[in-house]
Write a protein that binds this ligand. Structure first.
Ligand SMILES: C[S@@+](CC[C@H](N)C(=O)[O-])C[C@H]1O[C@@H](n2cnc3c(N)ncnc32)[C@H](O)[C@@H]1O
Length: 396
């Protein structure tokens, strides 16, 4: 096992110096201890662990920071100190090569943050965020830096992630306010076939192509195994998906022929999802499904205390941000009965998942299945897939 030269100081990892087998064991044990709870007998819980073959080379996108006189690296949260990083073993080889190039760039500014990603075709994407005054200076006075960046990568700049382009006079740079959707990510159908996803460099995606495939396929397998009460037909009722993002799970659901109501509140993610749909959806399927019957895309903030834009259904699928479902679990929808028979909950934060788990238990949902997909190898964080079922007594 390669030992990372930054492991003692870098905030990204917790588990260097132990084998991946040991790390897996620790993660399962830690999860069991964490879950021990009045609602849950963890002894009977068989926690599955899904991962790549090894813990390294998992990330096709990464977020780093720049500090003048220090360089590029990761920021240690509590101290805000930048830890300069020469090489991060979590990056896939194509991303590592991109980072080698980025390390040759010196910014004449105090601070900046960057997202780096490689596309499935190994194109390089950089989202650079820095204060407005520095952006102005960069565009007006730093053409050697911009020339160098644009010679190798696609660049977005600023909070709005505007694409950097060179004016036709080939002298001046400008930021285009129109989004440039690009095939930056890839999801999967149940058989492992790639389904292209369009987004911005700066948009949210899961961390890496291969581990994401494992995550999506695992969710699709779990849905296939669900048994419904009262002769409920999943094909007839849409999966309600909260936090659809650019369609990472949505397209997997569609490729299995399920109906979906995809809910998301980030306008850029919604537009990206629509772009993938319009440009590539018919390549995903062998038969041309009537899309308007199969998918509804809804811009809605699930934290708002207003009636949701859907009726209850067989499956609620949720992949919320780190803060979890929060106030959504107080929405009036939960007063209607029977509500969702199954809730499939993908979570990247154990803490908020546990709070939501308690609220779901109080609403008579039993935890039926829980598995780890190791998106955050070498760190204590885990990605969970959990399946809840409304208890038999609560189903009319
Ligand atoms: C962890 S990401 C998952 C995205 C997508 N499922 C994927 O796998 O790439 C969470 C998503 O929830 C969305 N989101 C966060 N808060 C939300 C809210 N209050 N209402 C609707 N969507 C929200 C985010 O914009 C983001 O796309």
């Amino acid at each position: 096992m390669n030992l990372c030269s930054h492991y003692q100081e870098c905030p990204g990892c917790d588990y260097w110096g132990i084998s991946y087998q040991e790390e897996k064991k620790l993660k399962i044990e830690n999860l069991k201890n964490f879950l021990s709870h009045k609602f849950l007998n963890t002894e009977s819980l068989n926690i599955q662990f899904h991962s790549l073959a090894g813990p390294t080379q998992i990330r096709d996108r990464v977020d780093l920071q720049w500090r003048k006189n220090i360089g590029w690296g990761y920021v240690h949260g509590p101290s805000s100190k930048l830890i300069p990083i020469l090489k991060c073993l979590l990056m896939t080889e194509p991303l590592s090569q991109f980072y080698e190039f980025i390390k040759t760039i010196n910014l004449p500014y105090e601070k900046a943050s960057i997202r780096l990603r490689v596309s499935p075709k190994n194109e390089w994407g950089l989202w650079l965020d820095l204060p407005n005054n520095d952006i102005k200076d960069l565009l007006e006075n730093q053409s050697p830096i911009l020339d160098k960046l644009l010679s190798k990568s696609i660049v977005e700049i600023g909070q709005k992630r505007k694409r950097l382009i060179k004016n036709p006079d080939l002298i001046k740079y400008k930021l285009d306010k129109n989004p440039h959707w690009h095939n930056w990510f890839v999801t999967s159908n149940l058989q492992g076939k790639d389904l292209p996803l369009y987004s911005l460099v700066g948009g949210f995606t899961q961390v890496g192509f291969e581990i994401n495939k494992i995550l999506v396929i695992e969710v699709l397998k779990l849905i296939k195994k669900l048994k419904f009460k009262n002769n409920f037909e999943l094909a007839e009722s849409p999966i309600v998906e909260l936090g659809a993002g650019i369609g990472n799970f949505t397209f997997g659901f569609l490729s299995e022929g399920y109906k979906v109501i995809a809910i998301e509140n980030d306008p850029q993610a919604l537009d990206a999802l629509k772009f993938s749909l319009e440009n590539h959806y018919y390549k995903f399927t062998t038969e041309k499904l009537k899309l308007s019957d199969q998918l509804k895309i809804v811009g809605w903030n699930f934290l708002k205390n207003e009636p949701p834009p859907f009726a209850t259904s067989g499956i609620l699928f949720v992949d919320p941000p780190r803060s979890g479902l929060g106030k959504f679990l107080e929405n009036p929808i939960w007063k209607s009965d029977p509500s969702f028979e199954y809730i499939i909950y993908v979570s990247c934060s154990l803490e908020s998942w546990k709070l939501d788990f308690e609220k779901l238990s109080e609403k008579n949902y039993d935890l039926k299945n829980i598995s780890i997909v190791d998106q955050f190898s070498r760190s204590k964080n885990v990605e969970l897939i959990s399946v809840f079922q409304k208890s038999t007594a609560a189903i009319k």
